[in-house]
Design a protein around this ligand. Structure first.
Ligand SMILES: [Zn+2]
Length: 163
C-alpha cells in the first residue's frame, strides 16, 4: 500500500494555480499531481482557451504527469485540486489509478459560480428518466455489425497491454 499522507501546502498550491489561471484566460480551477516520490505535475482548466470541454484541471494534470513520466499508471500519486472533481475527473483519476484525491472548494461552491458539476453528479445519482432529460444514453441492438468483435480481437491479441 502506498503512503497517501496529504499536505495542505500542495492543496494551497492547487488553489493558487487556479487563481493564476483566471488571470491567464482560463477557468477558475487548478490541480496538482504529486507522485509517491514527490514529483509534482500541474494542471489548469483550459476548456474555453483550447475549445476542449475535457480540459479540466485534474485531467490536464493527469495528462501532464503521465506524459512526463511515460506511464498510464499513477498508483501512489495524490491528486490535489482546487475544487471537488466532477464525475469526468473522478473517473479519469480512477483510470489513472491515482491513490487519493483531496479538494478545497466543493461542488456547491462550483454551482454558485455557474458551473454544472452538481447537475452532472445528479445525472449519475438519478434514475433513467432523470438522465434522459439531460442526455439520453441507450444501448442499440446489433444491426449489420458484431458488437463483440473488438473484444474478440483484443482477447486474441498477444501483444496487448492490459490497463
Ligand atoms: Zn472535471
Amino acid at each position: 500500500m502506498f503512503s497517501t499522507t496529504v499536505s495542505t501546502d500542495h492543496l494551497a498550491a492547487a488553489v493558487a494555480i487556479a487563481a493564476e489561471n483566471v488571470r491567464n484566460a482560463g477557468g477558475p480551477f487548478g490541480a496538482l499531481i504529486v507522485t509517491a516520490d514527490g514529483s509534482r505535475f500541474e494542471g489548469v482548466n483550459r476548456v474555453t482557451a483550447n475549445n476542449d470541454p475535457t480540459a479540466h484541471a485534474e485531467v490536464t494534470a493527469i495528462r501532464n504527469a503521465c506524459s512526463s513520466l511515460g506511464t498510464f499508471d499513477l498508483s501512489g500519486a495524490v491528486l490535489y485540486t482546487s475544487c471537488e472533481p466532477c464525475p469526468m475527473c473522478l473517473a479519469s483519476a480512477l483510470w489513472a489509478r491515482v491513490s487519493r484525491v483531496v479538494f478545497a472548494a466543493n461542488r456547491h461552491d462550483a454551482a454558485d459560480a455557474g458551473f454544472d458539476d452538481a447537475a452532472f453528479y445528479e445525472f449519475f445519482e438519478g434514475d433513467a428518466a432523470d438522465r434522459a432529460r439531460l442526455m439520453p444514453v441507450d444501448r442499440v441492438p446489433d444491426d449489420g455489425f458484431d458488437h463483440l468483435e473488438p473484444f474478440t480481437l483484443w482477447s486474441a491479441l498477444e501483444t496487448r497491454v492490459e490497463y
